[in-house]
Write a protein that binds this ligand. Structure first.
Ligand SMILES: Nc1ncnc2c1ncn2[C@@H]1O[C@H](COP(=O)(O)OP(=O)(O)O)[C@@H](O)[C@H]1O
Ligand SMILES: [Mg+2]
Length: 324
């Protein structure tokens, strides 16, 4: 079942001063399914935050339709089922961690006693229990991000919209946030997660949508992206020197530590290559197919979109035609 659906949605920003179109998003179409972590990948300025704001009803689309749980995301019943972590969360610095959560919970209409229980539970889940009475002005970037996630979860939402939740965090902070996102998934929740950090998306997302210059280039499962192509097959050998290995003409030869690595093209006959190597006295220590990573995939999609590249002016004209 689809939880969030964008159907040919576009957004045109116009400058009221000079009357020019500044930026256009879309039209974009995608569906986020129940219980999945959907990664929304794109370089800076691609339109990720604009998409999130459209989904939340903070911006109005110029055309197309957006539904959340089959209804308009702006309706109060639907809003109460959505959690949101903005790209640059700003919290009132003089509140303590528990005060902040109790404030947001009361805005969501949660009663005092269950709210206290929920706030304590979230502080525990985000590792902030010992800082419950500490003012936020002393929090590090990572602690504030965890605070932001706790805030986004205060109403126990069914879908969580996270705008660049891992940016600016150190590896430990990134891991903590990733684990919290995975915990939500294990509870059957749906997560929409925008990022330009490819490795983190690759680790936790079920599917990715790749956005570049306001257009979705592709929506694919991580497995599809990984299995899409084998970049090369590496054969690691001992007992052969670089010159001899190169003379066999099997593929590119490099040295990695003590090992010689021969990289075969994806369509090469691996059995034949192994036979040739064994016959020349080499000892095979590993045969490793090197899969395309999400990063390779992302770069190939962003650098060479299908068809002729479109300039900004014709893109704006095309979007305006569809928006009427
Ligand atoms: N309110 C606005 N008015 C005009 N242009 C905007 C507005 N908000 C965003 N933009 C432009 O839209 C483009 C996409 O922005 P954004 O959605 O923030 O990208 P991302 O989050 O992927 O970095 C940028 O070129 C940005 O300058
Ligand atoms: Mg952004």
């Amino acid at each position: 079942m689809s939880v969030l659906s964008f159907d040919r949605v576009s957004k045109v920003f116009r400058s009221s001063l000079i009357g020019r179109h500044l930026y256009t998003l879309g039209p974009v179409s995608f569906e986020v399914e129940q219980g999945e972590i959907f990664g929304y990948l794109g370089p800076n300025g691609a339109g990720k935050t604009t998409t999130v704001k459209l989904a939340l009803g903070l911006l109005r689309a110029s055309s197309g339709s957006i539904t959340c749980f089959g209804r308009q995301s702006t309706s109060p019943e639907i809003r109460s089922r959505i959690g949101f972590l903005p790209e640059h969360p700003y919290f009132y610095q003089h509140l303590s961690a528990i005060e902040l959560l109790e404030f947001y919970g009361s805005v969501c209409g949660i009663k005092k006693k269950p709210l206290r229980r929920r706030a304590e539970k979230l502080l525990h889940a985000t590792g902030l229990t010992e800082f419950r009475h500490t003012t936020l002005s002393t929090f590090s970037k990572g602690m504030l991000q965890r605070m932001g996630l706790a805030q986004a979860l205060i109403n126990d939402p069914d879908i969580i919209m996270l705008d660049e939740p891992l940016s600016g965090l150190d590896p430990v902070g990134r891991r903590e946030i990733r684990d919290l996102i995975l915990q939500q998934k294990s509870r059957g929740k749906t997560v929409f997660f925008s990022s330009h950090i490819l490795q983190d998306v690759e680790r936790i997302c079920d599917r990715v949508g790749i956005l570049s210059q306001g257009k979705i280039l592709q929506v694919a499962t991580i497995a599809e992206v990984r299995l899409g192509t084998t970049r090369c097959v590496e054969i690691q050998v001992d007992g052969l020197d670089m010159g001899k290995a190169a003379a066999l003409g099997l593929g590119e030869v490099t040295k990695r530590g003590e090992k010689i690595v021969i990289s075969l093209t994806p369509d090469a006959d691996v059995n034949r290559a192994v036979g040739v190597l064994l016959a020349s006295g080499a000892k095979i220590s590993a045969v490793i197919p090197q899969r395309q990573t999400l990063e390779d995939y992302f770069m190939s999609q962003v650098q060479s979109p299908v068809g002729e590249p479109e300039d900004e002016k014709s893109r704006i004209q095309r979007v305006l035609q569809t928006t009427g």
